[in-house]
Design a protein around this ligand. Structure first.
Ligand SMILES: NC(=O)c1ccc[n+]([C@@H]2O[C@H](COP(=O)([O-])OP(=O)(O)OC[C@H]3O[C@@H](n4cnc5c(N)ncnc54)[C@H](O)[C@@H]3O)[C@@H](O)[C@H]2O)c1
Length: 260
């Protein structure tokens, strides 16, 4: 049987994707539905969710949920909604994140923006992952979780609320992967480069720093996300960060040689 023909087992697997209304989360949620996986599309914006589901190849497998993941009550409402609509969630993708604004530098970012960035990325990511894992462990079912981190988990971004939230998520991935590996729950990070989506205002001039010569788009992330989520394709992969950046992270003060 071909490895790639059935990367998922839709009879026993279901997914929950946060930030599914736009960008990378949306591309991953749409790709999961395309593989026949029942998927909860969770986002702050109802209109975005509706538009995402409308373009999905099999919209009947997509379940919308609208709410603000900065709130613990909303996270619990999402968990209850997922349980009642798709049943046990085996695949969790955490892509929701407030937009970053260049104006929120170290001397300007206010408490509310700081807290919100951490609440949505790190606190909601941890709470949702832990509650989903509880159910999987109780049922002795395997799972695969993917958290969207950033190259700025390790290098400054001039936005300390963002980089510290992502650094926390990067460590969370390692903690959870180590704790839950024995239960068959894999936890990994997906690290995008410069991807022209809602969360990042892309300057086309950046392309010259990217070895593959262009900015990324959300659809560049989805195939790798599915490969890492799939227990069939990546069953022995956990606790790691998968970088999908066109080589952006190779950039330093040495310019690549001209060869022609
Ligand atoms: N785009 C990039 O270049 C890039 C680079 C590195 C990391 N990332 C990370 O990848 C993820 C996706 O990025 P993107 O550019 O696709 O983002 P995006 O802004 O296009 O999409 C994020 C989605 O999350 C939703 N969201 C925001 N706050 C929410 C909340 N409180 N509750 C529920 N939903 C909420 C938004 O409505 C939006 O639809 C983010 O975690 C981001 O930090 C992106």
């Amino acid at each position: 049987m071909s490895l790639f023909n059935s990367a998922f087992d839709p009879a026993h697997e279901a997914a929950l994707v946060t930030g599914a209304g736009n960008g990378i989360g949306r591309a991953i949620a749409i790709a999961l539905v395309g593989e026949g996986v029942r998927t909860v599309f969770a986002d702050l914006h109802e209109d975005r969710i509706a538009a995402a589901i409308q373009t999905a190849p099999r919209p009947e497998l997509a379940v919308p949920w609208v709410g603000d993941l900065a709130s613990r009550e909303a996270c619990d409402a999402l968990l209850a909604h997922a349980q009642s609509t798709v049943g046990r969630v085996t695949h969790f993708v955490h892509s929701a994140s407030p937009p970053r604004r260049e104006a929120d530098h170290a001397m300007a970012v206010d408490d509310d923006i700081w807290r919100r960035m951490h609440a949505v990325n790190l606190d909601a990511g941890f709470h949702l992952a832990r509650e989903l894992a509880r159910k999987l462990i109780a049922a002795k079912a395997p799972g695969s979780f993917l958290l969207l981190t950033s190259l700025h988990a390790g290098t400054p971004r001039n936005l300390p609320h963002y980089s510290t939230a992502k650094a926390g998520m990067a460590m969370l991935v390692k903690e959870l992967a180590k704790s839950w590996g024995r239960y068959g729950i894999r936890v990994n990070a997906l690290v995008p480069g410069a991807v022209a989506a809602g969360g990042f205002v892309a300057d086309p001039a950046l392309a010259k720093h990217i070895p593959l010569g262009r900015l990324g788009n959300a659809e560049d992330l989805a195939p790798m996300a599915l490969a890492v989520l799939s227990n069939k394709l990546s069953g022995y992969v956990t606790g790691t960060s998968i970088v999908v950046d066109g080589g952006l992270s190779l950039t330093n003060w040495f310019v690549a040689p001209e060869l022609d």
